[in-house]
Design a protein around this ligand. Structure first.
Ligand code: CP3
Length: 345
């Protein structure tokens, strides 16, 4: 029988150097796949899609069938937490997510008690996927980090530089920290539920960790992330946690040391040589391939894959992108990358 420890992803996240390294891609289920677009077209809206276990399990498995990745990541979205907390969330085609913005002082009106019941369908998706995964493929659950989720909640959607969120974090520190705490507690319970439903590793996406000065980085990224990790551990969950503080540059080593995460995902803009020296030698790392070189394909893609494989060959390493795959990536480039990473061409 194949145990969890035989799965290449889990071995790498436990600190083992695995050769070739396990590979999966952020946003591997998505619009670049024709079979995803087919399922998407049958769904009334994006939130209902995420909360439909049958459809969500199907698109989670699509990239596993096509490419044989070493991990499946449950099909869901970081904005399910604001939805579960009672905030209105919807997606406008071509524009991305929209939310009815809240003020930090409104944190007390959110409904953390309904998180498990409103997000139970994600647990159901995980159980379904767990039952039909190839035996060497690991299952990943995820959530947004409190800061990134809070930016969407107070901005009312995506924003160029998180101006409103950043200025509110300075102007109303107590209310803002309370909002982060409410999100952190809900997120921890959501992650525990995912682990109990079959997720073998957990990932915390802090997509907007970029551009924060030291005191704010401590307050809005490190402290709330630590709160999530501590609560997940206090609930008895032992699944490894991957932290992804995208774009945080020189803050990375402190994030690795102080949040309690087990592994760290690096973005493509981070200096590889610097990261090798600055990060603790034993922490498993994931990522760094530029999503744009995956779009470009050909010799450029082969060259970047080879550079990263060589650079991280003496560490526990998980091959991945530095950010999500974009909808215009030709599916054959992904096949080429997987073959290259596995030493087949
Ligand atoms: C910031 C963020 C979001 N969602 C997520 C993040 C963090 C990672 C990152 O920085 O990219 C995380 C996410 N979103 C989705 C997944 C599924 C699992 C996977 O395959 O990786 C994951 C892990 C599905 C999705 N989430 C979304 C899609 C596309 C929606 C569609 O099919 O219409 C998918 C496949 C929608 C979404 N959801 C979000 C945005 C900004 C958008 C719109 C962007 C776009 O249109 O591409 C919020």
């Amino acid at each position: 029988m194949t145990g969890a420890s035989d799965k290449p992803l889990l071995r790498a996240l436990a600190g083992e150097r695995v050769d070739p390294p396990p590979i999966w891609l952020m946003r591997q289920a998505g619009r670049y796949l024709p079979e995803y677009r087919e399922v998407r077209a049958t769904q009334p809206d994006f939130i209902s899609f995420c909360l439909n276990p049958e459809a969500a399990a199907e698109v989670t498995l699509q990239p596993i069938r096509r490419y044989g990745f070493d991990a499946a990541i449950v099909f869901a979205d970081i904005l399910l937490i604001p939805h579960a907390l009672g905030q209105k969330v919807w997606f406008v085609k071509g524009e991305g997510p929209k939310l009815e913005p809240i003020a930090p002082a409104d944190a007390g009106t959110l409904q953390p008690e309904s998180v498990e019941s409103r997000l139970a369908p994600v647990g159901e998706t995980l159980s379904r996927v767990a039952a039909s995964l190839p035996e060497t493929c690991a299952l990943i659950g995820f959530a947004g980090a409190p800061w990134t989720v809070a930016t969407y909640m107070v901005e009312g959607g995506g924003s160029k530089d998180r101006w409103t969120a950043r200025s509110l974090a300075w102007a109303q520190p107590e209310a803002f920290d309370e909002l982060l705490a409410v999100i952190a507690d809900a997120t921890a319970r959501y992650l525990v539920m995912q682990a109990q439903s079959g997720a073998e590793a957990l990932k915390v996406f802090d997509s907007w960790a970029e551009g924060l000065p030291d005191p704010l980085f401590d307050r809005v990224v490190i402290r709330p992330t630590r709160r999530v990790v501590d609560q997940v551990r206090a609930a008895g969950v032992t699944a490894p946690i991957i932290g992804f503080p995208k774009g945080c540059g020189p803050h990375y080593p402190r994030y690795a040391a102080e949040t309690g995460v087990d592994a760290i995902a690096l973005d493509h803009g981070l200096d590889t040589g610097w990261a090798r020296k600055a990060l603790p030698a034993n922490i498993p790392v994931q990522g760094q391939l530029d999503p744009a070189v995956l779009k470009a394909g050909g010799a450029a893609l082969d060259g970047e894959a080879d550079r990263l494989l060589a650079a991280w060959s003496d560490r526990p390493y998980v091959f991945n992108l530095g950010h999500g795959i974009s909808p215009d990536v030709p599916p054959e480039n992904v096949a080429r990358l997987v073959t290259r990473v596995r030493g087949g061409g």
